[in-house]
Design a binder for this molecule. Structure first.
Ligand SMILES: *Cc1c(COP(=O)(O)O)cnc(C)c1O
Length: 223
């Protein structure tokens, strides 16, 4: 597995407006450093403790993205350094992120996770949940978070048509919400697409892709 070459292959095919998040969950620091040495500065992790450990050990010019499901009681472990939290799926969680960001006197950028998949296992808010939240008074008072966009995960299936429909749904929701501009909400990012479907996601309007196995190889959860 040549991490540098994989990275360069993917990057050479990406349109300019698309940001690549290198998903390094379960991988050792040595693998992340290979990507770092090849120029990669944005890494995505799905476990807060693992991300915090890697943050301690790695160079400090890295942007750390939390792409997994976030438990409220663990936000404090990443509040100091996380650059973007992709999986914000409730108002309660957003309030906790705001509180922890305030403790560190900073603003934490967030994406709202929208449920686009049919699978019940996937997390996310509905369009109405988001509209209610963004228009509430409580939301305006959250000065230490900034909503930068939306994130979605398609159903895990070989049916490209279904995946495409789900991606298009996220793009439609994004376009619907985009006019809502507030001091703590300015939707610019659509985070969708992983190793198996990022090309399709980009065709459907994604400008941030989260790619793991195509860069680092398949994950071994027994390590
Ligand atoms: C693991 C993960 C990815 C990357 O998956 P690959 O198929 O390895 O590219 C992307 N997004 C999320 C939310 C993930 O948990």
């Amino acid at each position: 597995m040549n991490i540098k070459q994989n990275l360069n292959d993917i990057k050479s095919q990406l349109p300019n407006q698309v940001t690549l998040v290198a998903v390094s969950k379960t991988k050792p620091i040595s693998d992340l450093m290979e990507a770092y040495d090849a120029g990669q500065r944005i890494f995505g992790e799905n476990k807060i403790q693992e991300m915090a450990d890697k943050y301690e050990e790695m160079p400090k010019d890295i942007e750390w993205h939390m792409i997994g499901h976030v438990q409220r009681n663990k936000v404090k472990y990443m509040a100091e350094f996380v650059s973007l939290i992709h999986g914000v799926d409730s108002f309660k969680l957003l309030k906790e992120i705001n509180k922890q960001a305030l403790n560190h006197d900073r603003t934490i950028n967030c994406l709202l996770q929208i449920k686009i998949a049919e699978e019940d296992s996937k997390f996310g808010m509905s369009l109405n949940d988001v509209k209610d939240m963004l228009s509430s008074e409580d939301f305006s008072e959250l000065k230490n978070v900034k909503i930068k966009g939306l994130m979605g995960m398609a159903t895990f299936t070989d049916d490209n048509n279904q995946v495409k429909q789900e991606f298009e749904r996220l793009k439609t929701i994004f376009d619907d919400l985009k006019p809502i501009q507030k001091s703590n909400c300015d939707l610019q990012i659509i985070s969708m697409g992983m190793s198996g479907d990022y090309k399709l996601a980009i065709e459907c309007g994604s400008n941030m892709i989260r790619v793991g196995s195509s860069i680092f190889g398949v994950r071994n959860y027994n390590n």
